[in-house]
Design a protein around this ligand. Structure first.
Ligand code: THU
Length: 132
């Protein structure tokens, strides 16, 4: 897998962010086994709670194109943060359910700092379907 290419795609995805309120762009790129890359960017709203994060938009974009959990190889997420970007709690919950446990999650920033994690690093002891 070409991690640098996936990071570049996540940076490209930032161009589609709609962030009139926070001015904080987040881009994400999701790679599937067949090599397809799905973009996501954060989209805000005057009703602030209606905003959607970049990484969740990338995941939902992939699913909306028929991607299934086990098709997913990696997800890169980028923002202009001091340290590699840290996904919010809601995104961690969604990542926990919709990505396979072996998926590589690349957290990065515009300076090129990189942290590679998996979904259990992001959300240990997750609430999931087995709890229902
Ligand atoms: N945001 C993301 O898109 N992903 C994250 O991991 C952190 C936060 C967005 C939500 C909102 O549009 C803006 O960043 C500021 O919180």
């Amino acid at each position: 897998m070409d991690k640098q290419k996936l990071i570049k795609e996540a940076i490209k995805a930032m161009d589609n962010a709609y962030v009139p309120y926070s001015k904080f762009k987040v881009g994400a790129a999701l790679l599937t086994k067949d090599g397809t890359i799905y973009h996501g960017a954060n989209i805000e709203n005057a009703a602030y709670g209606s905003a959607m994060c970049g990484e969740r938009n990338a995941i939902y974009n992939a699913y909306n194109h028929g991607v299934k959990k086990d098709d997913i190889v990696a997800l890169a997420i980028v923002g202009n943060t001091a340290k590699p970007i840290s996904p919010c709690g809601s995104c961690r919950q969604v990542i926990s359910e919709l990505l396979p446990k072996e998926a590589l999650i690349i957290l990065t920033n515009m300076k090129g700092d990189i942290l590679e994690v998996n979904k259990e690093d992001l959300l240990p002891f997750a609430f999931d379907d087995s709890d229902l």
